[in-house]
Design a protein around this ligand. Sequence first.
Ligand code: SDX
Length: 429
Amino acid sequence: MADKARLTVGTEAYDLPLVVGTENERAVDIAQLRAESGLITLDEGYGNTGSCQSRITFIDGERGILRYRGYPIEQLAEHSTFLETAYLIIFGELPNEQQFREFRELISEHMFIHEAMRHHFEGFPPNAPPMAILSAMINTLGCFEPQITGPEDEENFTAAAARIISKVRTIAAASYKKAIGDPIIYPRFDLSYTGNFLHMMFCRPNKLCEPDPLIERALDQIFILHADHEQNCSTSTVRMVASSQANLYASVAAGVCALWGPLHGGANVAVINMLEAIRQSGESVESFVTKVKDKRAHSRLMGFGHRVYKNYDPRAKFLKASTDAVLNKLGIHDPLLDIAVQLESVALRDPYFIERKLYPNVDFYSGIIMRAAGIPLDMFTVLFAIGRMPGWIANWREVHTDPHGRIYRPRQIYTGPTARDYVPMSERR
Ligand code: SDX
């Protein structure tokens, strides 16, 4: 197999080395291209550009494969827990009993936020978007715990990682309680990671409640399935910020902002809004799909399509089965699920979607489980952020521990005005 690529420009030829990954993915290394040829490459949206070499997550978009540190997500969702998967993603190996016990103890130790932070919630208006609160409060965490240093200080890094993973849940639940005017609920030591999240979300001082084990397990699996996804928009944002040697809190707070967009993590909200609009209008799914295909409508089938998956997103496959099981066990009939299943059936038989290899992605079914769990719509993307936290932390660590790491600074092709002289105000039209 060739070990280099040859680029010919006019009469000039440039040999560029190939990089081959452990899954035999191949890339042309253009690190010396500009120095040798004066040329740069241009790839708007980075559809063909690798930003890094990473050991964390592998995706095969053509075959619908997703593995964290080599473990298939189907097996992790079936047999693991979110905390154990978080440990695997961050530290690279499944923990032994002692390692997991110590990690869990750290998570428990850090589940409270500083009492002074509770007053920050008073400063937000009642209708403040939870993703705005989450990003602000993660940065605020850094103010209360400035001792975060680079991961070369292993103990500090582990404590900071555990702090963010534990407190992001407490901040999220507190922002919901603040929004509905309920008292903030303190976490309990006797509950699981996800059980505690449900406790802080839905319990009240005058209403003792125990998390429903079925919902607890379903949400824990949602967190597992969202835990990392190689160089998606928000993770690339975290790496970009981390490359300036910014601290972990600043980097993941930036990731929250990138995740917020409806083309990315905000899609789980957009899917429910789309399904609800179809339900309210009584429009047939066939008619809706026809509109989606008409570019003039500027409408998209939210929860469908993916930059990397040109096959069924393995997370969507798992979540579709889980949605059926959870709603059946809870005895819930959600008309939005019927509409989603009909939409999928129509779209997957339609040449427009087939030709473009558009399949359901992770967001198409996740919202229906979150609805069944009683999660309010404006918290859906917050739950995506809670799930993605281990991936962001692991990617931050890869950047900070790279001995050859450089600040990320892409080039561009300038298309603005060429050189011109200053025009005094009196001479302007
Ligand atoms: C996530 O990157 C990740 O890994 C993200 C994520 C993660 O875990 O981090 O997987 C999470 O963000 C999942 C994606 C959630 N977003 C949505 O569901 C929003 C709807 N999907 C699309 O907007 C779109 O598919 C994207 C944003 C997901 C991908 O966009 P691309 O790769 O830039 O694709 P594109 O816009 O260039 O589309 C290619 C063609 C176009 O048609 P033509 O111009 O060729 O005629 O496919 C069409 C698009 O119009 N198309 C769609 C469509 N998605 C793409 N048409 C209708 N409905 C859609 N959903």
